[in-house]
Design a protein around this ligand. Sequence first.
Ligand code: PLP
Length: 407
Amino acid sequence: MAYVNTNFTKVSESYLFVEVARRIRSYQEQHPDAKIIKMGIGDVTRPIVPAVIDALHKAVDEMATAEGFHGYGPEQGYAFLRDTISNFDFKSRGLDIEPDEIFVSDGAKSDCGNIGDILGVQNVIAVTDPVYPVYVDTNVMGGRAGEWDGVRFNRICYMPCTMENGFVPSLPTEHVDVIYLCFPNNPTGTTLTKNQLKVWVEYALKEKAIILFDAAYEAFITEDDVPHSIFEIEGARQCAIEFRSFSKTAGFTGLRCGYTVVPKDLVAYTEDGKAVALNKLWNRRQSTKFNGTPYIVQRAAEAVYSPEGRAQIMENIAYYRENAKLMKETFESIGIPAFGGVNSPYVWIKTPLDSWTFFDRLLDECRVVGTPGVGFGPSGQNYFRLTAFATHEATKEAMDRIKNWKL
Ligand code: PLP
């Protein structure tokens, strides 16, 4: 008899987007002529920029030649990309991150999930609430979450982020071992300042905890006091891992590339207190379970850092940012508090109704779709997420409908 990993049976059904899709389908069947504008899913829509496409074409052509063919590459990523990342994302900001601390992957989702492989099952996990569901679900799969009590998993420490605390989580009152922080945040679109992040680094150092810092939306940062990397904070090399992604930065949601920084100073402990370097363990994990990001994709990622590439991707980001600004202003103009949108493609709205009732009314009365905040965690109740990834035209049309909405 083969036994199942019962941890997987505890993961809640991916109810959120399935239910959103079901409600849209049902509405569309009843209103076949309704022009629905979708601002729910966090996927980009602008095409990949020319500098990246040129690099992809060039790499594809190389693969057709005996000299330029690339088979299995280094599991950690090619030196050309690790060096470029180290220089542009870190050294240019005065941060000491070496190429061998950078692990190129097929995206931040895999890394956020897989990192649990090298962390003990006994760790107590803390997440902000609302939260990117991957952090919770992968810890359920890893056996660290405890039991579902109908609202929460009872071994996970949920740290509410709401209007009342300015979306800044408070330090846990009981000891935790691993803390997921995502800033700029999905779903709230809010950020921490350097001083606010410093509090977390100090906590982690004191508790010998590890911060898993997800900076997938780093490219959207506009404000000076918002850190682009947790390694801007002194001491973070001893307590943090950082995840980055080319998905939202450069439209790689379909191409797939990201990277994870595991500093060589970072350790976790055995039960008898022996320190083990995580850079080595992650290297071992990746070498065994991952066979590298495609050469052509890594060449494409390298082109993101070229002068043309950077200028072109910033144009796309500015395009989404303009949408976010309009969305935020529109909700504020009708008296609905709206957050995020300044350093992020997400606008988080405080709804006067519960999240799902707001969803239904917005769909029925404005034919606009977003994501109910409660789907991201219990503290997301009475909130709603809209994404800035639609076209200018669709965003403007949606906001015109909302401006005239009698809620
Ligand atoms: N981290 C956060 C917070 C995200 O919102 C997303 C995607 O929506 C990801 C990671 C996934 O990034 P990738 O496309 O690199 O897997």
